[in-house]
Design a protein around this ligand. Sequence first.
Ligand code: MG
Length: 474
Amino acid sequence: MTSPIFLCISSLFVMNSMDKAEIADQRKLFGTNGIRGVVGSGMDVRLALEIGMAIGTVIRGRIVIGTDQRSSSQMLKEAVVAGLMATGNDVTDIGLAPTPSVQYSVAKSDASGGVMITASHNPPEFNGIKVIDSDGTELHFSKEVEIERIYFDKAQKTAPWYEAGHLTTDSEANARYIEGIKGLLDCQAIAGSGLRVVVDCANGAGSVVTPNLLSDLGVNVVTLNANPHGSFPGHPSEPTPENLAALMKMVTSIGADFGIAHDGDADRTIFVDDHGGYVMGDRSFALLAGYAVSKAPGSTVVSTVATSDVVSDVVTRNGGKVVQTMVGSPVVARKMKEIGAVFGGEENGGLILAEHQYCRDGAMTAGLMVEMVAAKGPLSSLLDNVPTYHQVKLKTACPNESKKKVTERLVELLSGNRLDLTDGVKVYDGGDWVLIRQSGTEPIFRVFSQARTKERADSLARKYMGTLKDIIIS
Ligand code: MG
């Protein structure tokens, strides 16, 4: 029988987790990665201007802004800039830049915050507005709720004429970002390694940073889709195996040491090994986290409850430890800062090196991989020593108003098992686990299993999906 103390702690965790989810759910415009929408249908200059004014009412001082290469980015940027200046803020425009370059520019200066115009990996008709806090991390959702309240109440501040903001441009921000990365790498060892690498920038913002970084490091660089283009003509900008077919082929055909791919705003990096094989994001996360820990013995890595155990296996083997948080890179980044972790991230290729900055950092991730392969040998050999786990993801509909009760009922029903209630309900089952989480943005629950074999991962996901569906319909 479960002890009353356990139940008490469980319900406390549920409340804590649910409270966070509820605050996040108050957001009507901001999603997990800023405000996103189809341009001309939800996302337009009127919204950009008024949101710019709302941001400028909450964040006061000098604000850095940058954009990806989307056809609509310049137009939306001008509107946000006007809103920021109209509320009395000075603006520094760094132009076309990866999201982490904008974040670096904010974190390493006296700026009060930043704005990035991007829709990351979404199709070209989308665009988005992401807000950055003064320390370079993505804005906390409580501040996003405040920006939305001002937007919907039309409570934006309007500065008098003599307080209107000034606009300056900064064409050196990407160069400083590159120099910052180089300053943390063993440039001599990389230059002496004779590595050949293929970089696929998906015609995105990474085009203006990563090829330059790698050639500065003395790497023999071959580029694919490294001309910024508003409609992503090379391939859709999500770095999936299907979208990276040309990269995988190029790596083998020219005998490259590995391949690098970014998403549209280059905050994420996915790798292809020397045999042309697509490397799943949890495996590159594990290798780089293990490498970071090996350079700082006894240090900590932050991942999320949804991250495969491959990360903790490799980190532990290298003498480090892992702390898991709720899903979402801003949560990971803040926890890293709080506990002094050296490395963190998620399995989608969004990795964070604390020494550089507290955000997903595509070019930094690429640089670290170059250094590791230069030091330790072929990527495929390094991967041979990384255990394999199988994961299955399922989802099912559930009305938003029922989500809280469904989660509480799940905890009750599964209380005999070992549970982790950091984010949703993670239930351990015979050495494997299943994570059952409500979506913060859609009326659905996700069921995510991990096991040593595909069959076991399938059967676990189906088993707990059955339990979940029974609760939803009851
Ligand atoms: Mg991105």
